[in-house]
Design a protein around this ligand. Sequence first.
Ligand code: N01
Length: 539
Amino acid sequence: MSTEERDVLIVGAGFAGLYQLNEMRKRGHNVHAVESAAGLGGVWYWNCYPGARVDTWGPMYQFSDPELWRDWNFSELYPDWSEVRAYFQHVDNKLNLSKDISYNTRITAARFDEDSRRWVVTAESSETDEIREISTRYLLMCTGFGSKPYVPEIPGLESFAGIAHHTARWPQEGVDLTGKRIAVIGTGASGVQVAQESAPVAGQVTVFQRTPMIALPMCQRQISEEENAKEKATYADRMAKRNTTFAGFDFDFLDKGVPDVSTEERDAEFERMWEIGGFVPWLGNFNDIFFNEDSNRAFYDFWRDKTRQRINNKELWEDLAPTDPPHPFGVKRPSLEQRYYEIYNQDNVDLVNLRENPIDHVTAKGIVTSDGVEHAFDIIALATGFDAVTGGITAVDIRNGQGQSVADSWADGAHTALGAATAGFPNLLFVYGPQSPSGFCNGPTAAEAQGDWIVGFVDHLLTSDVTRIEPTGEAEQTWQQKIDAVCELALFDRAASWYMAANIPGKKVQMLMWPAGLPAYLEEVNTSAANGYPEFVKA
Ligand code: N01
């Protein structure tokens, strides 16, 4: 087994990992990245299921470097996975990042050696079965929030004779859906996309729904070359604006709450947001939408009435757009849809309400529900989500000098300082990880905004005589208190969402994100940098 020596080892080659790689390289550090997939893109390598596409305007779903966006154009406002992949290829062509990435290589374990103050990392190649050791001063986990798929325990699933895949492990070569009988389990963003993409071509689509998705119209459209060229003039300002908004977009919440306006003005604002579509009715809504139950309910009622107009069969209204909300709007991430509600007007699309009629087991032929009916299928799409945010980190056997693992340390909940490091694990940093803006933030924005702070921190350490840093328990408690203070006022705990770690049986329920918005986060970390990183013990 060979051992290579690095200053910085990056795990993951999505937006966060690639940004770190490029910036560390620019500063002359000995850096390398390891990626389990065969190509770059992170989630955009794995999520190639039918209909997978971005839920952010393409122009704002890019790195901010003009050298990268100047000659890159997406053809649709919300690009699909293949265009995002092509974008990553474009970035690689410009920056030649791949020369410093080991693809098809999974980090399985990392052990901190207190004597050398270095991580000893085990990397396994899925191509050659070679196992190599990498010694690194700093280990950067850039594993994203959706890198560990979750498949619920459904009795008999392994006996299914057809094709069954989790959406994030969809075959790279695709699956022909034409004329097939397709089951879609789950109605998160992935399930909605698979269902609406399958319905026009499949023989039969049956959606197995536990909780109705409060999906928002995507308002997708093509972007012509002329429009792209014209829009480029606005990119620099809009990209700069991303760091100043709650969720890293080029728009933000209104500077007023629902109680501040008349009913007429409220409804006019709702209509205006609805026309723009996308996440504007979510993260560009009234500023009390996550905090005031009445305001939240007002928008839910607006959404319900709009949505019901699209579903011809009134018997489905209570399942798809219930009278009362399944949970407050937006505290579970909304999906963007293109024709999702109209598919239920097709003869070949059915809905099974799992609250009334749960899945009992799977057979070789299909899915048996508790009413005894066997639904026969050719394909089962498991759109059942992820062990989000922490799962990609705890999947690696990361152990400190005392032999304790991160997974054990977080058994009763993830704990971090500044959403970037965890006490007991020196020289280990997370980008886009637990208690950072993460799932509440546009990915490329977070990769750069939090990423810049981490680059600065690691650069500061590597150019000083410090060789070991670790956050204090006190700094973690302070961070937790700040998160709790927002959550106590908000409606987030009213849904069993992946934001709250409530989607995985047995996982400790906690707010996994920094819920106070990107500007407040940047103020915290930049203050830390200005004060010499007082949250950390340095040696
Ligand atoms: O996963 P999810 P996802 N039996 O966790 C259901 C991003 N993303 O992959 O709601 C039956 O949201 C579960 O039901 P319930 C985006 O941030 C973005 O769809 O828990 N059903 C739910 O309906 C998103 O938020 C895009 O009651 C079961 C579904 O499975 C995040 O990734 C596209 C079940 C899981 O939904 C995750 O989205 C895709 C069981 N035992 C994803 N267990 C873009 O558009 C779970 N479910 C960019």
